[in-house]
Design a protein around this ligand. Structure first.
Ligand code: ADP
Ligand code: MG
Length: 207
């Protein structure tokens, strides 16, 4: 089960360092620009006019997406203190094919729970020899329990940086911590805070 839609947005994200893929760092975020439906129905409006010139990391934002949390690759994210809730391959495939890999920030909600800040990585999925993307959300909140099988709703608001390789685990953790701090700062801006209240996060009873 998944669904979604979009509005307008900024830049963002968390991460797992993985394969490096050269992505150009987009210009500092500008609010909002595209639209998309996370349901395989690409409802983009950014194909023409001035919007076409926007970096791919930005023009699909804000991006709304909902899907089940599935088991990831067991790379030990939780052991690093940065668990990442993985979306299924089907949900990942519903993302715009040209969306940039890298680290993003936004809002997330598990089931009908509270909406929290998050960092998210769109990266290359090692399970498929890096031919497919994976989408992983680290929610900036301490949960009492795991929530595999639950429905995770996210709105990706902005872009932080491209994927990178790190020389050490310490360097990776420190980069993720910086991403988290950047996400927290960005999401406190009024233009981003308003998305926290979006109706998208209010699931109908029973869903
Ligand atoms: P996996 O490889 O299965 O994705 P992780 O080590 O990345 O394992 O842990 C992810 C799981 O941890 C999520 O699916 C979720 O059930 C749980 N979890 C607990 N707290 C968080 C959090 N703050 N953000 C994301 N996932 C969390
Ligand atoms: Mg994970």
């Amino acid at each position: 089960m998944r669904g979604g839609r979009a509005h307008s947005g900024g830049r963002a994200g968390p991460a797992e360092s993985r394969m490096d893929r050269e992505q150009e760092r987009p210009a500092p975020s500008s609010p909002a620009v595209g639209s998309a439906v996370c349901e395989g129905v690409a409802a983009e409006r950014c194909g023409g006019g001035g919007l076409a010139a926007l970096p791919c990391a930005m023009r699909h934002l804000p991006y709304f997406c909902r899907g089940e949390v599935v088991k990831g690759f067991g790379r030990g994210s939780k052991e690093l203190g940065i668990p990442t809730a993985n979306f299924s391959e089907q949900v990942v495939e519903s993302f715009p094919p040209d969306i940039s890999t890298g680290i993003y920030y936004g809002w997330a909600c598990v089931g009908n729970g509270d909406v929290h800040k998050m960092v998210l990585s769109i990266g290359w999925n090692p399970f498929y020899r890096n031919t497919k993307k994976s989408v992983e959300t680290h929610i900036i909140h301490t949960f009492k329990e795991d929530f595999y099988g639950e429905i995770l709703s996210i709105v990706i608001v902005g872009y932080i940086r491209p994927e990178k390789n790190f020389d050490s685990l310490e360097a990776l953790i420190s980069a993720i911590q910086e991403d988290i701090e950047e996400a927290k700062r960005q999401l406190d801006l009024a233009e981003h805070l308003k998305l926290k209240e979006d109706n998208f996060f209010h699931l109908p009873e029973g869903k």
